[in-house]
Design a protein around this ligand. Structure first.
Ligand code: F0G
Length: 406
């Protein structure tokens, strides 16, 4: 698929394929595909291919034949009837991105990002991460035979994610700062030529993440939901989903865009604050805090793009407390059997809050993007779960214990 890279802010065409920002103004980069090449495709033909990221190859910058793939995408879209009833909406779907190969939506961007890294001749890739990006990058780098460096905020990465980065053989460096500090360091290493950065400001990552939007619509047989709700950290995923729909709109495959709703944690909420003030830019939150460590980000790298996506779709941004996040996480697990990590549950918590406030109405069809698997963060689950009941290995003792539990 042919494409150009353009600056999202000054519009300049950037020839340098390895760039992570505009050489002229420092702005965010954006891939613009030549959609003419997709015009010969029909949705019918597309849907006969196996479901997954590469079903949508005409909308991806990398060469499908050389893709570094672990069979990402094709995740379940659950029709959550019991939860919809509880929340008070017509339909509530959970798109379970935790079912991806490394347990989060990051794999969609990484299959494309690492494929591009190989095409561009890079030998070492790297990222800063709150955990999931590092887990995903480490796995795809292993598959591609590339070196991998990940920089993590000390003590704030959930256990499962840390285990994955180590397991797949990345060089793991923990810094005594937050994600925003870690990202600054990785950018410097990239500019020194020590690694190719695969954070979501890399213009190729959101291209893969777009397939989340395609897939939701595909699985709903092209019946557009009223709202799609996503947790927001760095804010690239919300942009990616928006970009997906604008491309299909450009081809005439859909008429309208769904309203996109971003949900942040109230201790890490720069985009929600900007939206409340009606602004297109945001002020960073100095010391972000939340139990949802995946979205513990004060200075979202793609924040400006996400705000554009929100305004263009008539969307909304809200924030939810840690208590609301954990309560939504357990509600989804116990009503629907769907296990997601705290950041992912922010989307469900957001729907509950916005339904209460009347921003979402009871006649609406809503999709919650559940970005990561419950197993990513076992510590938080155990901390908020009921206790384990200890017994002797004796049938009568177990019977007595069970009856005392009611
Ligand atoms: N949900 C989960 C589970 C995440 O890991 C992230 C981001 C997000 C939501 C937010 O997505 O940044 O595109 O708005 N995690 C990144 C990481 C920052 O390093 O793993 P976003």
């Amino acid at each position: 698929m042919s494409f150009v890279i353009k600056c999202f802010e000054c519009g300049r065409v950037v020839e340098e394929r390895l760039a992570d920002s505009c050489p002229a103004c420092g702005g965010l980069l954006n891939v613009e595909l030549d959609l003419q090449e997709a015009r010969h495709m029909s949705l019918g033909k597309l849907r006969r291919r196996p479901i997954g990221v590469w079903r949508y190859a005409e909308f991806l910058p990398a060469d499908r034949r050389k893709a570094v793939s672990l069979k990402e995408g094709g995740t379940p879209l659950y029709d959550c009837r019991a939860l919809a009833k509880e929340v008070g909406v017509k339909r509530l779907y959970a798109k379970h991105e935790g079912a991806n190969p490394t347990g989060s939506f990051k794999d969609r961007g990484m299959t494309v990002g690492v494929s591009m890294a190989v095409e561009l001749g890079c030998k070492v890739v790297g990222c800063a991460s709150t955990g999931n990006t590092s887990a995903s990058l480490a796995a795809y780098a292993a598959k591609a035979g590339l070196g991998c460096v990940v920089i993590l905020p000390s003590g704030k990465v959930a256990l499962g994610k840390l285990a994955q980065a180590l397991f797949y053989g990345a060089k793991v460096i923990s810094v005594d700062g937050n994600f925003d500090d870690a990202l600054g360091i990785v950018k410097q290493l990239a500019h020194e030529g020590q690694l190719y950065m695969l954070n979501s400001i890399n213009p190729f990552r959101p291209e893969g993440q777009k397939t989340l939007g395609f897939e939701i619509l595909d699985q709903l047989r092209m019946e557009m939901p009223d709202k799609i709700v996503l947790p927001v950290g760095n804010a690239a995923n919300l942009w990616a989903v928006y970009k997906a729909f604008t491309e299909w709109q450009c081809l005439g495959w859909i008429e309208e865009l769904p309203q996109l709703i971003g949900v942040q944690a109230s201790g890490s909420n720069p985009i929600a604050q900007a939206f409340r003030a009606g602004r297109r830019d945001f002020d960073a939150v100095e010391h972000p805090e939340t139990v949802a460590t995946a979205i513990r980000i004060g200075n979202p790298a793609s924040g400006k793009k996400a705000l554009k996506a929100i305004y263009d779709t008539g969307g909304y941004v809200t924030d939810v407390t840690d208590e609301e996040i954990i309560s939504a996480q357990f509600l989804l697990g116990r009503k629907e059997g769907v296990g997601v990590e705290p950041a992912s549950a922010a989307s469900v918590a957001g729907v509950i809050k916005l339904r209460r406030e009347g921003i979402i109405s009871k006649t609406e069809k809503v999709v919650c993007v559940c970005t990561g698997n419950v197993l990513k963060d076992p510590d938080t689950v155990i901390e908020h779960s009921g206790k384990i009941h200890q017994s002797r290995a004796d049938l009568d003792d177990v019977r007595r214990l069970l009856s005392s539990l009611g």
